[in-house]
Design a protein around this ligand. Structure first.
Ligand SMILES: NC(=O)c1ccc[n+]([C@@H]2O[C@H](COP(=O)([O-])OP(=O)(O)OC[C@H]3O[C@@H](n4cnc5c(N)ncnc54)[C@H](OP(=O)(O)O)[C@@H]3O)[C@@H](O)[C@H]2O)c1
Length: 295
């Protein structure tokens, strides 16, 4: 089966490209310069040339704070892009797998969010991603929308790599302790999408719709940072951990207020596809080992 991947140089895009062959797929990865998802002509011509059996959209505008003042670009990539991809997939009668975010929720709930819970994004990024979800759902019935959270990998920019950098630079670090979520490896997201693609290849029919997928167990950013530094020291990536100070979100103001509760319930994806959340403590060690090998 031929799979076209947009945003091949992003965290998830790279992991999809790394793993796709091992699932027996013929992977066609596209960078933003090879396929700009906001450009209708580009989308049409590339997809009709490659003739994929499935498109995975790993492209997105992910700069959460910058999106507040760069709304046009955020909506172009996160809403118009998926809409164009969905329309082209509909013409070709092929499915689109699209990735979304916990930021479609306001984080006020006391329990993990289910797919059917009310959305209420509180940022431009969250609203643009929600509009992208709606564009896909309203255009194409054959879709998987995978909402995920707190993505980390050895690639690109993410919390794990920021902590590692700050660990070299500082003796003391303040980390937010009142926001909780499921850290998710980009590799785990790629595996999840490819496993669903495999089920589609065999059965030609899957239960389309919105799914939640994130790493387990849930943890605060502070708890995640503790684990990151513990592993860094154990694997000799750092000599010692900086002193960690647990702070409240109000003490660490950011342009966008992050959801206090980013926990996503993964029951539906387990029931429908037999996919279980990764243990992020294990996937974190894999990421550090890859970083160590690349040193
Ligand atoms: N990162 C997180 O913590 C997080 C959390 C929840 C959900 N998500 C979602 O997970 C998905 C993957 O995130 P990620 O962390 O892998 O993202 P990422 O590393 O920021 O990669 C995004 C990719 O999209 C590409 N892109 C941007 N504009 C494009 C355009 N107009 N046409 C084609 N490609 C374009 C970028 O290419 P260039 O580099 O060339 O611009 C980049 O390679 C996204 O849908 C994101 O919203 C992420």
């Amino acid at each position: 089966m031929r799979i076209l991947v947009t945003g091949k140089n992003g965290q998830v895009g790279r992991c999809l490209m790394d793993q796709g062959d091992s699932y027996g797929f013929n992977m066609h990865g596209m960078s933003s310069s090879e396929l700009d998802i906001t450009n209708i002509r580009n989308v049409d011509s590339v997809i009709s040339q490659i003739k994929p059996d499935l498109v995975i959209n790993a492209a997105a505008y992910t700069a959460v704070d910058k999106a507040e003042t760069d709304m046009k670009s955020a909506y172009a990539v996160n809403e118009t892009g998926p809409k164009l991809l969905a329309a082209t997939c509909k013409k070709l009668d092929i499915p689109l797998f699209h990735i979304s975010t916990d930021y479609v929720f306001d984080g006020e709930s006391e329990i993990p969010y289910k797919e059917t819970d009310t959305v209420n994004p509180t940022s431009v990024y969250g609203r643009s991603k929600l509009m992208g979800e709606l564009a896909v759902r309203n255009t194409l019935s054959k879709h998987i929308i995978l909402r995920t959270s707190w993505v980390f990998s050895e690639h690109g920019n993410n919390f794990v790599k920021t902590m590692l950098r700050l660990g070299f630079e500082r003796d003391e670090l303040s980390v937010v302790g009142d926001q909780v979520g499921g850290p998710t490896s980009a590799n785990g997201i790629a595996t999840t999408l490819l496993k669903i693609a495999k089920q589609y290849e065999f059965r030609a029919q899957v239960q389309w719709g919105v799914y939640h997928y994130c790493g387990a167990p849930y943890v605060s950013w502070f708890g995640f940072a503790e684990e990151i530094f513990g592993e860094c020291v154990r694997l000799s990536l750092l000599e010692s951990s900086p002193e960690l100070r647990k702070v409240f979100s109000v003490e660490y103001p950011t342009t966008v207020k992050r959801p206090a509760n980013s926990r996503l319930s993964t029951i539906k994806i387990t029931n429908n596809f037999g996919i279980h959340p990764d243990d992020w403590q294990e996937t974190l060690i894999n990421v550090f080992n890859k970083l160590k090998r690349s040193q």
